[in-house]
Design a protein around this ligand. Structure first.
Ligand code: ADP
Ligand code: MG
Length: 342
């Protein structure tokens, strides 16, 4: 039996990226992302400016997504949107827009949890990346989040551990800032790390029980270390940027891999999927590939465009919920704090 074609328009506005996508069932027809450059000069996301930029971007971004998909809005089967977690002012823009459009078109509205979407992005149809089988472990690593989740089925997920303070992307960005690198520094740390010695400067790893993470101590020890070295040699950072970046990245990867290994031991699940912006890191990618050979894991990393904040991942959840009739009524409100499975 041929599956009926459903067209879902998805909207993501939880942080600083305004994004709209059109999916035909599990296939992405378009995925438009307007990244807000305005925050760069402040070294981090300014919530007030983010909501304003979403309001400016949302209509053109949705228009572009429909045009690129070559779909008329009358063909849409449902509107999916990010309800949370995220910045309230940002979420309100996408939520209100999605509600109005669904009302105007008289089609179902589907709310999506952004963190669940990062995980279910693995089910977007793509020729290059395989799809995990249930149950699997998912580690979401981004500028705002660090979580290990046991995924039993599409809508049955259990958070096994998460960060107690900074997210891993913040650890990259804040370390980079201390070294004087521009925001967001994660990709630059990755770039320099490739040419440096990861054992040059050992940084302490935090002692956190179980599957939770902590990254705030790392940034402090980097700061003190660099201040100490700068007293002896003012050009220390400049002269050793590659080794410092390689050492910082090595410490972060040791923390991530250590927790993943523990999660695999505790659950007996050897299928490991990662997502979020930090999944772009070449070091974590190499370590995961390596684990396929050395530990017998099966690992999954989605295309980069589906790792960072994007509406395509909201769309895949929208489609999966559509199939199960999981619709939302017009009284739905955005939710800044929104735990997985709640
Ligand atoms: P969020 O939306 O939660 O802020 P994203 O999914 O947009 O996060 O990812 C952005 C984060 O990913 C930033 O902290 C950025 O520094 C980090 N990042 C992106 N590429 C890399 C990389 N190659 N290595 C390390 N961190 C990276
Ligand atoms: Mg982002």
């Amino acid at each position: 039996m041929a599956t009926e074609k459903k067209y879902i328009l998805a909207i993501e506005s939880s942080c600083d990226d305004t994004s709209a996508a059109v999916l035909c069932n599990t296939k992405v027809l378009s995925n438009v992302v307007a990244t807000q450059e305005i925050h760069r000069q402040y070294g981090g996301v300014v919530p007030e400016l983010a909501s304003r930029a979403h309001q400016q971007n949302i209509v053109p971004v949705v228009h572009q997504a429909l045009a690129k998909a070559n779909i008329d809005k009358k063909q849409l089967s449902a509107i999916a949107f990010t309800r949370g977690p995220g910045l309230m002012g940002s979420l309100l823009v996408g939520t209100s827009f999605a509600k109005s459009l669904a009302l105007g078109l008289d089609i179902p509205l589907i709310e999506v949890n952004h963190m669940e979407a990062h995980i279910l992005a693995h089910f977007i149809e793509d020729e290059d990346t395989g799809q995990p089988e249930f149950p699997f472990l998912a580690m979401t690593i981004s500028g705002g989040h660090t979580q290990i989740v046991k995924v039993n089925s599409y809508f049955d997920m259990e958070v096994l551990g998460e960060t107690l303070d900074d997210a891993v992307g913040e650890a990259f960005d804040k370390s980079a800032k201390i070294m004087g690198l521009p925001y967001p520094g994660g990709p630059l740390v990755d770039k320099y790390a490739r040419e440096g010695n990861p054992a040059a400067y050992p940084f302490p790893k935090p002692k956190v029980e179980g599957l939770n993470f902590s990254f705030s101590g790392l940034k402090t020890s980097i700061l003190y270390f660099l201040q100490r070295e700068a007293r002896k040699n003012p050009d220390f950072v400049e002269e050793n940027i590659r080794d410092i970046c390689a050492s910082v990245q090595h410490t972060i990867l040791e923390i991530l891999m250590g927790k993943l290994e523990l999660a695999v031991r505790q659950t007996g699940i050897q299928q490991v999927a990662i997502g979020g912006g930090v999944a772009a890191n070449s070091g974590i990618r190499a370590r995961l590939k390596d684990a396929e050979h050395t530990k017998g894991w099966k690992t999954y990393i989605p295309k980069f465009a589906y790792c960072t904040d994007n509406a395509a991942m909201i769309g895949i959840v929208g489609y999966l919920k559509f199939l199960e009739g999981k619709f939302t009524d017009q009284s739905v409100a955005a939710k800044a704090r929104y735990a997985i499975g709640s």
